[in-house]
Every structure is written in structure tokens, then in C-alpha cells.
Design a protein around this ligand. Sequence first.
Ligand code: ATP
Ligand code: MG
Length: 441
Amino acid sequence: MERTLIGDLKSKAGERVLVQGSVSVRRDQGKMVFFDLRDRSGMAQGVVLPSEDLAMVVAKELRPEFVVAMEATVTERPPKNVNPDVQNGDLELHIHAIEILSKAEIPFELGSEVNLDTHLDHLPFTLRSEKSKNIFKIQATIAEAFREAMRGEGFVEFQSPSLVGGDAEGGAAAFKVDYYYDQKAFLATSPQLYKQMMAGVFERVFTVCKIFRGEKHATTRHLSEAVCMDFEMAFIKDHHDVMDMLEHTIKHIVAKVIEEHGDVLQKMGVEAPLIPAKFPVLKLREAQKILGVSESEPDLEPEHERALWEWAKKEHDSDFVFVTHFPISKRPFYTYEDEEDRGYTKYFDLLFRGLEINSGGQRVHDYTELVERIKQKGLDPSKFAFYLETFKVGMPPHGGCSTGLERMTARMLNLPNVKEATLFPRDLNRIDTLLSTDEKK
Ligand code: ATP
Ligand code: MG
């Protein structure tokens, strides 16, 4: 018999079907055994009646998460037993035969509230919970919507290398890797330099790729391995062109998540993000004035980012706010200085519900200036010869930005820790269970 999905049972009332899935709960009532059966399309209640001798023997063995195949008749429930609030609440599977495909031994009940470390130590199991499945289905939609928005604007997707020859940006701590012939390579902290090279090829490019950062601090927003959604575009006037493109992309992502998962957001108690006609924009110094902090600070602290969210909500009905013009001294060598505001960059951060989810801006495209800027940072231009060829062979004005997929997901769903929005988080204290259990040194 062909498998019938649980989501299609309604159309098979009265028929005998084969269903396959996992047992969620078993309830013994008198001489009958009830249980919930779940597959990728949903959940249905099954019952083994006392007359089904053979099925009853197997039914008594069933425990939560056993994987089974069952032959059953799809039966309408008597009106008094109908539950309109659940999927298939008006029908029931009358089981005739059960085959156990896999037994299961579970650490705790699926979906039970456990602390984050226990959740992470048991990811092969806990990722199967309704909540986790919803988070990562929505994350898949976010990445898909990003690609969709980019392709719609003529951007070409490219694959960025993860093994690189140097810690190019000289900022974020890079992981060292043993390479051939006693050489050291690094894991890429960003696709930045390759993105610029590719903008020289296609004008408009994007990538969804892994970045690796040796973040030696445990926070709720940093991972050692993260996914970034990056784009780079040529022939821009300035950073505003990049901000406009990013805003368009974010609006497309939010609309698609609401369209495809609006019911789940509601179930999770998550409000749709507040999106104004235009995201508010503040220069860093304006933001600092609003916050009452010194204008000599080169960056925003996490509590400042949260306070700016309050400001954006109150003043602009927005969960998003751009902060621009960070001091040039604290930004990478390729950031473009504002000719009309010397010492400050045509660079921005985008904050979503009080957290930086994106950084970007206009890049230096003049070869001579770029070499000069590399020197000013105390770096050796000869180490950047490969990258610098991009500019030697002619490069249009360009810019781009990078959105963290996990941070975007976490803010969209109001998850307090970015690790809850990461399938298999790596951080200072864990790779799966390495470092998190007894193996910790
Ligand atoms: P932060 O200042 O919060 O440490 P950053 O400015 O170093 O972040 P960028 O280099 O601007 O990060 O990276 C672009 C985006 O990639 C960030 O806005 C963020 O969404 C994401 N991102 C960067 N590093 C991490 C990380 N370690 N863990 C999770 N996401 C990250
Ligand atoms: Mg940043």
C-alpha cells in the first residue's frame, strides 16, 4: 500500500490507509490504547480497539518517539468527541496493524521546557520539537526570501571561499588552520574581499555563506560560526543606495515570513515587526545625543542599541533604525570617508529590535587611496596584492553589506539568545557536546 500523509487523511474518510510517523503520546483508556501519530504534514489520533488482538500486542510496547508504520481505517469521530481546535480533530485512525520501524529511548519528553544547555546537548532530539521546527522553517524562509529579493534586483549569487590566506580585515579574530607545506591558512571571518572582487565581475552579487570568528567572549549574540547574507553593488552614488537596497530586502523577507508563517508567529505570541514607510536614520553622534552618551565613543554598547529601539518605536513606529557615520579610525581599511564629514565613514549599522543585524556601506574604490589606507592601519599592502589587483584593473564606486541570518531570525521571533536561532551553535563553550560536557579542559 502507498503511504498516506497525515495531512491528507481528511480526503480518505472511510478508507484503509498506510501511515508512517512517530508516536507522540500514548494513553491507555480501559481496554483501548490511544496515541498521537506525527509525520511531516501534521498529527492525528490513532486508537487500537480491543478486537484488534495482534495490533494490541504491539500497541502495548509503543513508547513516545517510536517510529512506526500502521495500517488503519480513517474514521469520523462521534460528534461528542470532535475537537475543532486541533488538526484532524474530527477523525480518528482505527488501527489494524502496527510495524515498529525503530524503537526510541528519549532523554525527556519532547517539547518540555529545559534550560538552554540541556536543549543544546540534545539537539538531535530537541530540534524535533514543534517550537524548534517552526524556528528553523522560518529561518529557511528568511534565507530564501533574501535570495528572491536579490535575484529580483539583478544580483548574481556566488560561492565565497571559507579557506583564506590571511586574516584580511585584521579585526575579528580568525581561526588558524594547518595547511599544506607547513603553511597556515585561516577560516574566513567574512566574504568581504571576495565580494568586492565579484562586484568587479558582475556589478551586483550576493552570497549566503559561513563566517568564522574566534569570539573569546560568551554573549547572547555571538557565535564562532555564523551564516551571513551579503551583497555588494557597483555604480552607487553613496551608502544610501546600499541602505535602500537593504531596506527593500528586509521588507521582502518580513512580508514573506508573515505570508508563509503568520499563523505560527501568532501561535508563538510574536508580533509582526513594525515597518515604517522609510527606516529612520541617525548619525552616530545624533544617536549619542539622544542617548546622552559622549560623542567621543566610537561605537554603541548593547544597552545603547536597545535604547535606540525604544526611540525608533516611539518616534517612528519602527522596529528598525539605521545608525551611520562611525569614526573612520575604528572601521576597516576599505570603508569610505565622507568628504563632507571628515573623520567619519559612509558606513552604517542596521539595528532590528535593539540589536545590530547588519553592517555595511560604501567602500574605497581608488587603488592609490586603498593602498594608503591599508598602510594607515599598520597593515602591509604586499599581503593584499591579490585583492588589490581588483582596483588596479579598474573598479566602479561600490558598496554592500552583511546581515547575520541567526541574529535576523532571533530578532524576528523575539528569541533572547542567538543560539536558539542556530541549528548547531559553536561558541566559546561548545561544539555540539565538545567542551560542554566532561571533555571540557
Ligand atoms: P558585533 O559588533 O555585534 O560583534 P560585528 O560588527 O563584528 O558584530 P560585522 O563584521 O559587522 O559584525 O558582521 C556583519 C553581521 O554579521 C553582523 O551585523 C551580525 O549580524 C553578523 N555577525 C557577525 N559576527 C557574528 C557572530 N560572531 N555571531 C553571529 N552573528 C555575527
Ligand atoms: Mg558590524
